[in-house]
Design a protein around this ligand. Structure first.
Ligand SMILES: [Zn+2]
Length: 597
């Protein structure tokens, strides 16, 4: 096949890969997040902040707040949060650069010129183009393969559905795609980066997908970012083969079919989560057009968030066997912390030997919907699973169920669902799940050991200083690196240092932008929580408290050094454990009229 029929763009002139942070900080400083969000969502003023019903999840009472001083938004229900830029990205569904340009236009600012070409990463554009060309290549191959067509015919997949899902066929042999699209070094590299090629021990590069029906996986804008391939015959290797993780594809965050579902609905009433591509396609073919598939992984928390952002009701389909129940429990664990009011999750266990594909072909749309009606609600599956091997007629059994259930129930967001679950536990065992149980303590410890800022409970100095800094980032400008307390061995110190360095480098940064810097990291949730506090007082008072805190951290650092040196003397049983300069240092540190180090 002539490769010239697939056009990869030549690389454009080098462009700056990203917009300078200083520009973003300035842009956010000049944008009014309240006005921006208020134009799209009705906001109500409440004290210093604004509240609304969250635009990112279904809810009856408002749990979405916008802070004009900190310039960020946060939803206590679904956890959505971010700056004016992320709001535009999520609400108007813009790409980062488009959101920046939109804001810049409103603020009358010019985006630094080099970055103005769409999506400053030309390399990324080429990667999308390579995957798109691959999808087209596979589609063309399907048209020429009687075997692959017979397979889809046998499955009852008609031409419209094939087209809608851009289903294709990867030919047998090792070089079909490589020969068609990998004709030079650069193109071959792109195909490799896109996960389309494998490499053997001798370094030979060959087609990853061979003799498989190909299902392109689309991102939220409908671009091809990866593929799933399904064998035609049963014993031809693994049934499903996915693209590896690439810079465009993270399987834990994508759902196969979501793009098509969104195309078919303005408002998606429910999402049905199944296991395979063929299940999604077959359900669509038979009029059940709200199915998506996880991509060979258990349901992740990212999946759960994505599902509920798109639909209030989520139905999980699993095999009725042991493995299926295990997978269902994984889904429970991902879903519980997201069970805000208005959301519902159900579990549908399929009869032995059946999958959604076979069921919908036998029973049609009606039959499948009837099964959904009978699905097990999350609450029931939860208590059934936890008490499966427990005798609830004994005190011991009740105690065991209560112990097992409590840590899970504590993860449910405040609201009616959480209350009802706790009530149900009380009915079953006579024991309530109070938040004041020792679990709270365990959770706080877990947050601490995960390297997050110290959680609520003991108010450490580090935490107070971080809270002040998030309240009013310009406080950080009062300090210059290096920070003398950086060596202090206390939870949260490295985080504080990182925050101070950020403020030092970007003096105009506001709270929203500071938080955005930690997006995707473990510390993010803890920081977000601290940033939501509204500290009493004013800037003058904050500055005093901030400097007080810093001074205390510095004297603790001195004390830590004294203790360290003394410990070495004690361990060695002699002053000779220290070098001459260390001895001098210790004398100096311990002297009552010590100058500040
Ligand atoms: Zn929300």
């Amino acid at each position: 096949m002539a490769s010239s029929s697939y056009c990869f763009k030549e690389p454009p002139a080098p462009a700056m890969a990203r917009i300078p942070d200083a520009f973003i900080d300035d842009l956010l400083a000049r944008s009014d997040i309240v006005e921006l969000i208020g134009a799209r969502v009705p906001l109500k003023k409440q004290g210093r902040e604004y509240s609304a019903r969250c635009p990112f999840h279904d809810e009856r009472s408002p749990s979405f707040t916008v802070s004009p001083t900190k310039q960020f938004y946060h939803c206590f229900g679904c956890g959505a949060h971010g700056t004016a830029i992320s709001f535009l990205m999520n609400y108007d569904r813009l790409e980062f650069l488009d959101a920046v340009e939109e804001l810049a236009k409103r603020a009358g600012m010019e985006v630094p010129r080099d970055t103005q070409q769409r999506n400053a990463n030309p390399d990324g554009q080429d990667l999308y183009a390579a995957l798109d060309a691959s999808a087209k290549f596979f589609q063309k191959q399907l048209a020429g393969s009687a075997k692959a067509q017979a397979y889809l015919d046998g499955r009852g997949v008609d031409a419209t559905t094939r087209e809608r899902f851009a289903i294709g066929y990867a030919p047998d042999g090792f070089n079909a795609l490589r020969d068609a699209l990998g004709s030079d070094e650069r193109r071959l590299k792109l195909l490799e980066r896109g996960g389309m090629m494998s490499r053997n021990d001798t370094g030979r590069v060959y087609d990853k997908f061979r003799d498989r029906v190909m299902f392109p996986i689309h991102d939220r804008r409908g671009r091809t970012i990866a593929f799933g391939g399904r064998v035609l015959e049963k014993d031809d290797g693994p049934k499903y083969l996915n693209s590896p993780e690439t810079e465009l594809f993270h399987k834990g965050r994508e759902l196969y079919g979501l793009w098509q579902v969104r195309q078919a609905h303005n408002k998606i009433p429910r999402l049905i989560v199944v296991e395979g591509y063929m299940d999604v396609v077959a359900l669509f073919q038979h009029g059940v057009d709200t199915a998506v598939a996880t991509l060979g992984t258990a349901t992740t928390p990212d999946h759960a968030e994505l599902l509920f952002r798109n639909a209030p009701d989520v139905y999980f389909c699993f095999d009725g066997d042991r493995a299926g129940r295990g997978a269902a429990w994984k889904a429970v664990e991902s879903v519980l912390p997201r069970m805000k009011d208005g959301r519902q999750a159900f579990f549908l266990f399929l009869p032995e030997g059946e999958d959604p594909d076979s069921l919908v072909r036998q029973e049609g749309q009606e039959g499948f919907h009837a099964r959904l009606q009978q699905a097990t609600p999350l609450s029931q599956f939860f208590f059934d699973s936890l008490s499966a091997d427990v005798n609830l007629s004994t005190l011991e059994g009740k105690g065991r169920l209560a112990e097992r259930a409590k840590p899970y129930l504590l993860q449910i967001p405040d609201g009616a669902f959480g209350d009802l679950m706790k009530q149900r536990l009380t009915e079953l065992t006579g024991v309530g799940a109070r938040t004041s149980s020792p679990q709270t303590h365990v959770r706080a410890q877990r947050a601490r050991s995960a390297g997050a800022a110290p959680a609520a409970g003991k108010r450490s100095i580090v935490r107070s200083v971080i809270a002040l800094l998030l309240q009013h980032p310009p406080l950080g400008v009062e300090l210059q690196p290096p920070y003398r307390f950086a060596t202090l061995r206390q939870p949260g110190v490295p985080l504080l240092v990182e925050l101070l360095q950020l403020v030092d480098q970007r003096p105009d940064i506001n709270t929203g932008a500071l938080l955005a810097h930690f997006e995707g990291r473990d510390e993010q949730a803890a920081l977000q929580k601290v940033a939501l506090l509204n500290l009493p007082g004013d800037e003058v008072q904050w500055l005093r408290e901030f400097m007080d805190g810093i001074n205390q951290l510095e004297s603790q650092t001195v004390q830590q050094r004294i203790d360290d040196l003394n410990a070495r003397i004690r361990d060695a049983g002699s002053m000779s454990a220290l070098s001459a300069s260390e001895k001098a240092e210790l004398r100096e540190l311990q002297s009552p009229v010590r100058k500040d180090p």
